[in-house]
Design a protein around this ligand. Structure first.
Ligand SMILES: Nc1ncnc2c1ncn2[C@@H]1O[C@H](COP(=O)(O)OP(=O)(O)O)[C@@H](O)[C@H]1O
Ligand SMILES: [Mg+2]
Length: 392
């Protein structure tokens, strides 16, 4: 639920606005003075602020300044004197989200608050994605022959708007490549929007992707929610584990791809969307098509380009470089001075089959780092089943 702080010294307009907002199920907090408003902000207790400029203990713009620097995601709607264009301009230049002249028009205020809600939702989404991006995973270039085609495709397809289907076993780097493709595209200044289709229920997935109108279904809440397809407008949408998507949703996704429009759950309005789609799967989709479990027309839409990630056991020559990079990047996190692995460990790493591929290699080295107190990782620091392959 959105909490609106109403900063206004005159009781009549303040109470009038509070009443209107309460009817629309907004929470409200009222502040009569700047000091009172600052107290509310100390608790970060407002999602949106409606701000009067002339207050008994100072000018509302000082509050706007504070919000812009400390809580920039909080939209501020500035109430200006009737026809006071200069103040409206000043408010917008100082980072206000919107302005409106007093007396406040209820319909205009509600519209502005709706926009503010979307602004807040987008901001939250972005912050989440940025955090993921900061996770600090670096791409290690490959010299393996099995990666030639992958390397070539990444370079050639990355900058284009073509839809890409990434296939390969778990842990082969599909998610990482999705990030690389996005990073090379003209859409890179916006965040790549990612969702794992296997991670949530079909019903939730639909409302995550398409969004929903207020009260669209039980539990939808009384607020409209933007879908990820809208969030990804002008950017890239990465759908991981696409094979788990059910038939009904496959049909809706196909329509979005063909017609570039969607409808929110519970909505009637057609909304234009423009996203580049990257999908990934570790399952055999052509077989699923044969079995009637995946739409063939959708499959063709997804795989305008298919990039097949080879398993790690087919690119053994990359294991030393990957190992070196993981140790370099991870050792400082664990406060270790480890610089590498003993030769017999490298021989074990190169002969093991790696069913979990690069992810399993990374986890193995992370665990070894924890156990290792010297400069080099030894056989004792790796799991029995991997160690055994050294002598086998
Ligand atoms: N070329 C690479 N360089 C560095 N790390 C990689 C590379 N490919 C994969 N990884 C790492 O391996 C792990 C699994 O990769 P991911 O992209 O999640 O695989 P998938 O999506 O195919 O399951 C991640 O920790 C990732 O950082
Ligand atoms: Mg993945």
């Amino acid at each position: 639920m959105t909490t609106v702080m109403i900063v206004e010294d005159e009781p009549t307009p303040r109470e009038f606005i509070a009443k209107i907002l309460a009817k629309k199920s907004y929470e409200t907090v009222e502040a009569e003075t700047l000091a009172g408003a600052h107290k509310v902000l100390d608790q970060a207790a407002a999602d949106v602020v409606l701000l009067d400029v002339t207050l008994p203990d100072g000018n509302g713009f000082t509050l706007l300044d504070r919000l812009v620097t400390e809580q920039p995601w909080v939209p501020v709607i500035v109430a200006t004197g009737y026809g006071d264009i200069d103040m409206a301009v000043e408010a917008m230049q100082n980072g206000a989200f919107d302005f409106m002249s007093k007396p406040i028009d209820a319909a205009r205020l509600l519209r502005s608050l709706e926009n503010a809600d979307e602004h807040v939702a987008l901001h939250r989404e972005l912050a989440l994605l940025r955090r993921e991006r900061r996770s600090g995973e670096y791409w290690v270039e490959s010299s393996a022959a099995a990666m030639n085609e992958v390397n070539d495709l990444i370079g050639r397809v990355g900058p284009t708007p073509a839809n890409v289907l990434l296939t390969g076993e778990t842990g082969t780097g599909k998610s990482m490549v999705a990030g690389l493709l996005h990073a090379q595209s003209p859409r890179a200044e916006k965040a790549c929007v990612t969702i794992n289709c296997a991670a949530i229920s079909e019903h939730m997935l639909e409302s995550e992707l398409f969004g929903h109108e207020a009260n669209a279904f039980t539990g939808a809440g009384n607020k409209r929610k933007l879908g990820l397809m809208e969030v990804a407008d002008g950017s890239t949408l990465f759908l991981d584990e696409i094979s788990t998507m059910k038939a009904a949703l496959q049909a809706k996704l196909l329509r979005a791809l063909e017609e570039h429009v969607i409808r929110r759950v519970g909505g009637t309005k057609e909304i234009g969307v423009d996203f580049r789609l990257i999908t990934a799967t570790n399952r055999d989709i052509p077989k699923m098509v044969d079995d009637g479990d995946f739409r063939e027309d959708l499959y063709w839409r997804l795989k305008v380009v298919e990039i097949k990630m080879p398993p790690l056991r087919e690119r053994v020559e990359d294991i030393p470089a990957l190992t070196g990079a993981f140790i370099r990047n991870l050792a400082p996190d664990y406060g270790k001075d480890v610089t590498g692995v003993r030769p017999r460990v490298m021989s074990a790493l190169k002969s093991y089959r790696w069913p979990g591929n690069i992810r399993e290699l990374r986890n193995t080295l992370e665990r070894a780092l924890l156990l290792c107190d010297g400069a080099e990782i030894d056989l004792a620091h790796i799991l029995e089943e991997i160690r055994q392959t050294a002598t086998a």
